[in-house]
Design a binder for this molecule. Sequence first.
Ligand SMILES: Nc1nc2c(ncn2[C@@H]2O[C@@H]3COP(=O)(O)O[C@H]4[C@@H](O)[C@H](n5cnc6c(=O)[nH]c(N)nc65)O[C@@H]4COP(=O)(O)O[C@H]3[C@H]2O)c(=O)[nH]1
Length: 631
Amino acid sequence: MSAPRLLGKKLALTTILTAAAALFVASLALIVFQFLSMRGVLADDLRVQAQIVGNNSSAALLFNDVKAGEETLAGLAVSPSVDSASIFDARGVLLAHYQRGTGAQPAAPDGALLDAGYRYGPDVVEVVHVVRVNQQRVGVVLIRATLEQLFARLLTYAGLTLAVALASLALAYALVSSMRRAVRRAEEHLHHLAHVDSVTALPNRHEYNERLPFALERADRAEGEVGLLLLDLDNFKVVNDTLGHDSGDHLLKLVAARLVHTLRENDIICRIGGDEFVIIVEPRETAAGEPDEVDEVARKILAALAAPFQVEGHQLHMSASIGVAVYPRDALDARTLMRSADTAMYHAKAKGKNGFQAFQPAMEQRAQKRLKLEANLRRALDLGELELHYQPQIDVRSGRVVGVEALTRWHCRELGHVSPAEFIPVAEETGIIVALGGWVLRTACRQAAAWRDQGLLDTLVHVAVNLSARQTRDGALMDEIRAILDETALPASLLELEITEGVLMENVNANLDLLHGLQAAGIHLSIDDFGTGYSSMAYLKRFPIDQLKIDRSFVHDVPGDGEAIATAIIAMAHSLQLSVVAEGVETLAQLDFLRQAGCDIMQGYYFARPMPAAQLTALLREKRSSWGERA
Ligand SMILES: Nc1nc2c(ncn2[C@@H]2O[C@@H]3COP(=O)(O)O[C@H]4[C@@H](O)[C@H](n5cnc6c(=O)[nH]c(N)nc65)O[C@@H]4COP(=O)(O)O[C@H]3[C@H]2O)c(=O)[nH]1
């Protein structure tokens, strides 16, 4: 039995014992009081009877009439408590006597009794009455009553009192016990709510916070280790957003059940929030050469999650990213251990998800670097450190510039030149992208409007701007774009928005609404990095898009391994009446292959690198139609 329960039981017992003692003392006082009052009533009654006998026996005393005296006393036979009664004359000589049953004849009352008029013995009451005629004492009546009957009644009374006391004690005990049970149930329920996750029935973050230090203490005593695995489901948000929260919860339950089924009983599995789980593993000692047990657990989990989940009629493929940190190797306390696992998890995500990463100290340095980058990025806009460069897109058939892609450049005072591939993801995670994306849109539209005003857009049909995932989720995006187009007076048809295939597929339904809204506004839509986001023809048909951009990685591999994919993408795009842009074209061989495969537009270092607006303005002024040659 647990210590608080034992204490609770002891407390209840003490309460009951105290109540019993109080009841006992109260009952005893009641009984004594009852005894005294009953004895008082009896004495009063005897006094009245003695007076009556005295009044009736004055003649007998005056005439020494024994018979008359005895007749008077005989009347007392009706009083069951009267044991004996006697009449003495003035000299103290017995005149008449009445005795119930057998008993010794009493002596004449002594002076003390005569003075007091009554006397209590252990089991008798004696009452005397002095008989006077004309103020002369002619005799004394002595009545003696036994207390036996009073005791018998007192016994019944005490029995009743005891029975009532015991019954109330039993009732009190039953009440206290049922109250204790109710309180215990309430406590257990509260404990359950506070420590157990209501969706998966796994221990929650609170419980995790309590259990991890214990595991670390055990490891200290046994000079062992504790592995902490931080697991984050990949793209769980997509399930929540597309199938609804009930399906999301259902999936979490299934994931939890699979974890429980896969792991050992003494591994502690907790859900610490959203789609995050932690597993505390206390590994056995592994011999040299044996695989690390904690890493093995991570592999087992990934394998277990690989099979699809059936959620309300849908077959869902889930994966997870796991960060692993080991105490005391990677951290010396619970908080740092969690931070290390988190850093490792972040790296697992960055490495393409569906994998695990064990913590390495270098990761911490990278995390510090990232923090520095974030702090600088927050100031970049205000300090005017950002600039847009523009990279031309060339129509393969006409050799003219038909578009430019706006790409952000950041020259940080502290960190020097930082690549957008590095800072855009940070801007995404921190939300800075909302302000940054707005600035890019406004600057690109302003520049395009300026080129238009200068008559430089005769061949240029679009200025392309990248939209990040966070921006697509921003409900205010449509209004912001409209406001920017109004402000810069740029026709919507000159603006092209590029959304990566991965972002588009993250939340198909919400993005469909957004794309329809953008299309209705007359904005050109292009899918960036196509071929990497697993979208199917069925999805593509549903999206109101104008153009696909073949991902750089495939272009890099043509001629060669990328040929089949590039050809397939071009064929598929054309069958859907979409134009195709190949990005990252660096060589003549790539250009030739893509031209022959039917690619419409190309972009890459072969033609021109991204350049500042002024430089592109000069190039546009030349109105060159020979972009097909090198820039
Ligand atoms: N190796 C090679 N690379 C070429 C060639 N031609 C162009 N590139 C580079 O390829 C990237 C094309 O942009 P992206 O796919 O949209 O990929 C972009 C885009 O996803 C993101 N990004 C850049 N600017 C912005 C922005 O303003 N907003 C958002 N949301 N993302 C941006 O950062 C990514 C990287 O941008 P950059 O470093 O400017 O890199 C650019 C560009 O400089 C080539 O022939 N060879």
